[in-house]
Write a protein that binds this ligand. Structure first.
Ligand SMILES: [Zn+2]
Length: 139
């Protein structure tokens, strides 16, 4: 963004990213029987729960199966390692990799929390976090 690295590393304590995902309509929520859980878990990791939900579609959600939205978040603390990478002009992928290794839960990882809670769908999380290279802190 054209900001000198020292200005960022000396004044920023935490970097927050947010996306909005649609929530499954509570009036027509049902277990999703058509899912290939094994394939999804193999692809996305054990954070994908065995039971998934979807919205069937009803008058409350105008047939979409979704009603309302909520945020998924990614919090990256400005650790010494992250600070050093920024000062070296490291690319964002390298910075992300270190942050995830240090325990940062990614946007997508936070999305899986909502999937485990039965509040949104796998597709909705993937659609809203499609630029992510890391799917979870386990990678
Ligand atoms: Zn509905």
């Amino acid at each position: 963004m054209g900001v000198e690295p020292y200005l960022v590393t000396s004044s920023v304590e935490m970097i927050v990213a947010q996306r909005l995902v649609r929530l499954i309509c509570p009036k027509c929520r049902e277990q999703d029987p058509g899912k290939e859980f094994a394939a999804l878990r193999a692809q996305m990791g054990a954070e994908i729960p065995e039971v998934l939900y979807r919205g069937r579609g009803c008058h409350e959600c105008r047939g979409t199966g979704f009603r309302g939205r909520t945020g998924v978040f990614e919090l990256m603390p400005m650790t010494d390692e992250v600070r050093a990478l920024i000062q070296e002009h490291a690319d964002s992928g390298a910075i992300r990799k270190v942050a995830v290794k240090q325990g940062m839960n990614s946007l997508r990882g936070d999305g899986w929390r909502l999937v485990r809670e039965g509040r949104t769908t796998v597709e909705e999380v993937l659609r809203n976090t499609k630029n992510e290279k890391f799917t979870s802190r386990l990678e």
